[in-house]
Design a protein around this ligand. Structure first.
Ligand SMILES: C[S@@+](CC[C@H](N)C(=O)[O-])C[C@H]1O[C@@H](n2cnc3c(N)ncnc32)[C@H](O)[C@@H]1O
Length: 232
């Protein structure tokens, strides 16, 4: 199994010899890769959609991996029992959905050691949730696939905080690691915000003026982070 850059980045964060739950597995590439490469002895692959789960069931059925990959239908962490897995992967969904999955059963959540999370959107809200709920972000990495940036987060239970709100949006580990894609990621975000600013120009409702102010402030903060990379 050869993984895409995004999935490979996720897989690289999974500690060896842990029992892994892949929540929202869909095609099931991660579970198959983990077993094939002897990174994990057992993986529980779950999905809320029967159609999605059928994809991995069909790929694994009748292969030697069948005994090592447990395939379960269900919502979020529901199909997993407390203390059954050490690591969960929740990837390719919105940050708010990932947050809600983590928040639904806190006892079960807290029985898991490693959380490998890859939100497609709303990463800022997810990071905020993690910091506010006694998680620490152990590591992070950016990946660019088909022209789109993805943020991959490895979190564990622990105490941590950010001293500036911008680090909910831009992971501090990316800065500490001098992530090779960070500069491009920041420039891309600044450019996107500047384009929205242009569209808002001349519109003078309270909402657009508030949004204009918010985006201007955000661009300023992103530029401060950009300067930090350049001066490092
Ligand atoms: C875009 S796919 C991502 C597949 C894979 N994790 C990846 O990163 O390539 C999202 C999958 O999450 C599943 N999903 C959405 N909400 C879910 C939930 N609450 N619990 C479990 N799976 C869910 C969907 O059915 C779909 O198969």
């Amino acid at each position: 199994m050869r993984l895409s850059d995004r999935l490979q980045t996720i897989a690289n964060f999974i500690p060896k010899n842990t029992i892994v739950g892949d929540i929202g597995t869909d095609h099931g590439y991660i579970p198959i890769y983990l077993i094939e490469n002897k990174i994990s002895k057992k993986v529980i692959a779950t999905d809320i959609s029967k159609n999605s789960l059928d994809k991995i069931i069909n790929s694994v059925k009748g292969t030697k991996y069948e005994k090592d990959i447990d395939m379960r239908l269900g919502d979020g962490l529901d199909p997993i029992k407390p203390f059954e897995v050490d690591t969960v992967v929740i990837a390719g969904m919105g940050g708010l959905l990932i947050r809600d999955i983590l928040d639904k059963d806190k006892d079960k959540r807290d029985s898991i050691t490693n959380f490998i999370l890859q939100p497609n959107i709303a990463t800022e809200e997810l990071r905020k949730y993690l910091y506010e709920n006694n998680f620490e972000i152990v590591d992070e990495k950016l990946v660019k696939e088909d022209g789109k940036f993805y943020e991959v987060i490895w979190a564990k239970k622990g105490k941590a905080y950010v001293d500036q709100d911008i680090y909910y949006e831009i992971g501090e580990k990316l800065l500490a690691n001098r992530d090779p894609l960070l500069e491009e990621f920041l420039n891309n975000r600044i450019q996107m915000n500047e384009e929205i600013l242009k569209e808002l120009e001349g519109k003078e409702t309270q909402r657009t003026m508030d949004r204009y102010r918010e985006l201007t402030e955000n661009i300023k903060e992103l530029k401060v982070v950009l300067k930090k990379i350049e001066s490092n």
